[in-house]
Design a protein. Structure first.
Length: 300
């Protein structure tokens, strides 16, 4: 006995005909007859008698029908209760995510699309910004969560959770022959340098470790694309986080580790009170998964 057979029995009794029941159920008449025959065979009884072309339940059929009605009604109530419970627990709210231009066009697009499909009643928005600005944007309420580098000073109200320990590389054009797989820090000043804008995350992180003073900077770029294009054309060398190099895979450019390693942590900024927000918790779990996948293939 199964629920499908009980549903077929109920429809046949209500319609007074197996043929009419099949039409109502949008299936073939033989399919309904077969299931009702299996039900009668399993219970070892006749379900009905035919009188003048109409179905008349036997006493056994009447008992089975009454029980079937009760079972199917209980099933309907269970489905309704579960639907109501799911509706009560449905995730709603809003979340504004601040991040750098690289993450906003690499990791976040697919992550955001998947999140919105799974939680359509959550309003998710992305705010592009350099990592160095994320603490300020959190403090003034412009964003709810920030994704970026963590080698920065924050106030006590802002929490940073590292997800990926990343190293800085020196990149140069494939046309420029620099022997070895490791770049000597002492030779950074020997080449024209494509630098980032003063105050940028990359420059702040590297300078903190290497105390740079004698770089022959010929450009202060605002974004990574500019740095890559100048380096590709052999206009100079530059710094690049290894996770950036992994994501972008720029053609015609070679990356080397520094002989004095410089590391930065990439992760999540948030205000402490956001930790109890279910939307925040769900989104950050997805971010952790994305960074975990990235870290498995990270350039070292």
């Amino acid at each position: 006995m199964n629920l499908l057979q009980l549903k077929y029995l109920r429809e046949a009794v209500i319609c007074g005909s197996v043929t009419l029941a099949a039409r109502r159920l949008h299936i073939t008449q033989p399919a309904v007859s077969k299931q009702l025959g299996l039900l009668a065979e399993e219970l070892d009884c006749e379900l009905w008698n035919r009188r003048r072309g109409k179905l008349r339940l036997t006493e056994s059929g009447r008992v089975i029908f009454q029980r079937a009605e009760l079972i199917l009604e209980q099933l309907h109530l269970l489905e309704k209760e579960l639907a109501d419970l799911n509706a009560e627990n449905e995730i709603t709210g809003s979340l504004t995510v601040g991040c750098g231009p690289l993450l906003s066009r690499s990791l976040l697009p697919q992550l955001s699309v998947d999140f919105i499909r799974q939680y359509p009643k959550v309003h998710l928005s992305i705010y592009e910004s350099d990592s160095i600005q994320l603490p300020g944007l959190l403090a003034d309420g412009s964003i709810d969560i920030g994704l970026g580098a963590g080698n920065l000073k924050t106030d006590s109200k802002i929490k940073f959770t590292a997800l990926l320990k990343d190293s800085y590389l020196v990149i140069h054009s494939a046309e420029l022959v620099i022997p070895g797989s490791v770049f000597p820090t002492a030779r950074l000043g020997d080449y024209p340098f494509i630098n980032y804008m003063p105050g940028s995350t990359v420059l702040a992180s590297v300078d903190k470790r290497l105390k740079l003073k004698k770089l022959n900077s010929i450009l202060y770029a605002r974004n990574t694309e500019t740095v890559i294009e100048f380096v590709r054309r052999n206009a100079g060398i530059a710094f690049m986080p290894s996770y950036m190099f992994k994501l972008l895979r720029p053609e015609g450019i070679i990356a080397k580790c520094l002989d004095k390693p410089v590391y930065q942590n990439i992760g999540i900024y948030c205000l402490a009170e956001n930790n109890n927000n279910p939307v925040y918790e769900i989104f950050t779990a997805k971010v952790r998964d994305a960074f975990r996948k990235l870290s498995q293939d990270a350039v070292v």
